[in-house]
Design a binder for this molecule. Structure first.
Ligand SMILES: Nc1nc2c(ncn2[C@@H]2O[C@H](COP(=O)(O)OP(=O)(O)OP(=O)(O)O)[C@@H](O)[C@H]2O)c(=O)[nH]1
Ligand SMILES: [Mg+2]
Length: 335
């Protein structure tokens, strides 16, 4: 079952963004540079369609620079799309966004027509951190868990430049299974919506494909290429004190350790997906989804069982007036 997380406050966020959008000049969508495809919210794409937009691959300090370059090239190649990588806590690069927004809405500016910029993206991606960096003070609350910002907030960057911080939003049905795992591993999904051991196993399976050497170095493991994922997780638990009384490995604890190490960058800069991989998963997810939908439609079209037809006929007969029981069909009228 893919991981899903669309709690009630995200419905309110969707409504708030929909209501705010008509007066927005530029949309900045923050993506997580470690999982750009999986962190791109299709619901936001739908809502903000047609608005001048900037894609920011945030947390690039935690991502693999080579893959970040591939993703930026992927987005830049799309018509009308501008993308850049960022570490939201760094002031100078963040301030480049101000000029980029002004360039996207050249007719706005000045006290009468202030530029209005909406910052949106998945939970915990760094929206509020970026706003604080831009405004130059802790104007909005941040924190290392999803769901810190609860309601939309307007911040004044300059007398003619407004920023709107929004609560993180996901989408009601995540059809790419890998995306659910990547979102959970990176901290975009509430802790109650996934199992740490399962997510850590998926994370290790993914990470070892490109970065097995990093895992080996971090946990002082011998060559892991012949080990199954759960054996690698057990080794991590053993190395890092994820043991139960009696010395048995606590895989849940080992899972937490692995996820936290990934999130804090202890494995070095890691990106979980390339553009080509993500597009492949998306196509497979869409095909599976279409198949499921076709099956559901076929079930709904199932022929009515004979006993139901007979019952309906009996009921109709019981209700019909006497004359309708005449065996002779009425003559068609002559014209
Ligand atoms: N390493 C790194 N950490 C970042 C970056 N941007 C944000 N963070 C951290 O990510 C966590 C989440 O940041 P927030 O700014 O609260 O994220 P948000 O998108 O506003 O989250 P919600 O309000 O919950 O949707 C915090 O611990 C930040 O310090 C970045 O570019 N690099
Ligand atoms: Mg926030």
């Amino acid at each position: 079952m893919p991981i899903q997380w669309f709690p009630g406050h995200m419905h309110s966020t969707k409504k708030a963004i929909t209501e705010r959008l008509p007066e927005i000049d530029v949309v900045i969508e923050l993506l997580d540079a470690r999982l750009p495809g999986s962190s791109a919210n299709p619901l936001l794409a739908e809502l903000t369609q047609g608005k001048p937009a900037l894609k920011v691959l945030n947390k690039q300090d935690l991502a693999d620079p080579e893959l970040t370059a591939l993703w930026l090239a992927h987005y830049q190649a799309q018509p009308g799309t501008q993308a850049l990588g960022l570490d939201a806590s760094m002031t100078a690069p963040a301030r480049q966004l101000i000029a980029a927004c002004r360039a996207l809405a050249p007719l706005r500016g000045g006290m009468v027509k202030p530029l209005r910029v909406l910052i949106c993206g998945i939970p915990n991606v760094g929206k509020s951190t970026l706003i604080n960096t831009l405004v130059g003070q802790r104007a909005t609350k941040t924190g290392d868990e999803p769901g810190i910002t609860k309601t939309e907030q307007k911040l004044v960057l300059a007398s003619d430049f407004y920023l709107y911080d929004t609560p993180g939003m996901l989408w009601p049905r995540i059809i790419v299974e890998q995306s659910g795992y990547h979102l959970a591993a990176s901290g975009g999904i509430g802790r109650n919506a996934y199992d740490e051991e399962e997510v850590a196993l998926e994370l290790l399976a993914r990470v070892r494909q490109r970065y097995a050497d990093r895992l080996q170095a971090r946990y002082k493991l011998a060559d892991i290429s012949a080990l199954a994922d759960d054996a690698v997780l057990a080794d991590i638990g053993r190395r890092r004190g994820g043991l139960r009384a009696g010395g048995q490995v606590n895989l849940q604890k080992a899972g937490e350790i692995a996820i936290n190490d990934f999130r804090s960058g202890a494995w070095g800069g890691i990106t979980l997906e390339s553009p080509a991989e993500y597009l492949q998963w998306l196509a497979a997810g869409q095909a599976r989804d279409a198949e499921r939908q076709a099956k559901r439609d076929a079930r709904n079209r199932k022929p009515t069982p004979q006993r139901d037809i007979d019952a309906a006929a009996r009921a109709a007969k019981a209700q019909a007036p006497e004359s309708a029981e005449s065996p002779e069909a009425p003559e068609p009228p002559n014209d």
